[in-house]
Write a protein that binds this ligand. Structure first.
Ligand code: IMP
Length: 173
């Protein structure tokens, strides 16, 4: 069934933004090796586009977590996949598709921080600041968006829409 949606960001706008972010990261991390930790599944397209534009030596690993809201500002999360590479002493950049409540990113950052990386930052393509439940510092943000549900460019609604090259807002009935 085709879902009702409204265009939000074109493939061209996304490409331009990814290039801008890649230039900032490459400048900020010049002279250092980066370990990118891509958060599955949503960031797979963003991470693969971004890493091909970085000019600093970069390796990539993956993490997958599912968060559950317990109270307004507290969450718990289960890790479904953990990085293979040790993060201790590495310059780690977590790559997210979207930060919504912030709970998933908070869990991931807390898990990685416990292993003493040399540095630890977050890069997200989209940010929904209106939905934030927990405090989290985002070093790189592509676009801040309204409180709407989006699909495309890796992001899904019930596993549909990840393969679209652009981003749409999903509309209710
Ligand atoms: P959190 O609320 O910040 O923990 O977001 C958890 C995850 O929910 C994100 O990493 C996304 O995978 C997913 N998510 C949140 N908002 C959207 C959306 O608008 N579209 C698709 N996935 C979303």
């Amino acid at each position: 069934m085709e879902l009702k949606k409204r265009p939000l960001l074109t493939a061209g706008q996304i490409r331009k933004k990814v290039e801008e972010i890649a230039q900032r990261i490459s400048a900020d991390y010049a002279g250092r090796d980066l370990l990118l930790i891509a958060v599955l599944k949503g960031s797979l397209i963003f991470a693969s586009d971004l890493m091909r534009r970085l000019t600093v030596p970069s390796s990539v690993d993956f993490i997958r977590a599912r968060s559950y809201c317990q109270t307004h500002s507290q969450g718990r999360c289960d890790f479904l996949l953990l990085p293979e590479q040790p993060v201790t002493g590495r310059h780690v950049l977590v790559i997210e598709d979207i930060i919504d409540t912030g709970l998933t990113a908070r869990c991931i950052v807390d898990y990685l921080a416990a292993q003493n990386p040399a540095s630890l930052e977050i890069c997200t393509l989209l940010d929904k600041p209106a939905r934030r439940n927990v405090q989290i510092h985002l070093r790189y943000v592509g676009f801040a968006i309204d409180n709407e549900f989006v699909v495309g460019y890796g992001m899904d609604y019930e596993e549909q829409g990840r393969n679209r090259p652009d981003i749409h807002v999903l509309l209710g009935d």
